[in-house]
Design a protein. Structure first.
Length: 133
């Protein structure tokens, strides 16, 4: 039996905020660093369901300094990293998602972007489950 797997988008950005609200967007999802209501809490809105999760102690990023942010949305999970350190991971059925991806400020913050790279959805390598070892 031959199956095809899909890899999800990987968003990599080097960005900074002057104060609060550096936000990434994908489908129904939002990732909020330095959230205006509690900068220490990472706000994550699930890309498929928009279910909101607050991750205490993981939301703060340095202001006025470049931060390397990576948001991986794979078929069955997603991961969020800042400067190489894992801030959040979650499971979900993300394989059918296809939507624009964005970055921006909110509530008066100013966001600067040095780089923004998206590796789009694409077929992964073909696997053959019946192949003999």
């Amino acid at each position: 039996m031959t199956t095809y797997r899909r890899t999800g988008p990987v968003v990599k950005t080097t960005a900074r905020t002057d104060s609060t609200n550096l936000r990434l967007y994908y489908a129904a999802g939002v990732v909020i660093f330095n959230w205006e209501k509690n900068p220490e809490t990472l706000r994550v809105h699930d890309p498929l369901t928009n279910q909101r999760t607050g991750v205490r102690g993981k939301g703060n990023i340095s202001t006025n300094e470049w931060n390397e942010i990576e948001w991986k949305v794979l078929p069955e999970r997603m991961e969020i990293r800042v400067n190489g350190r894992l801030r959040h991971k979650a499971v979900g059925d993300f394989k059918a998602l296809k939507a624009p991806i964005g970055i921006g400020p909110a509530f008066g913050s100013k966001v600067s972007v040095k780089s923004f790279q998206v590796t789009p959805l694409k077929p992964a390598k073909k696997t053959d489950k019946n192949r003999q070892k």
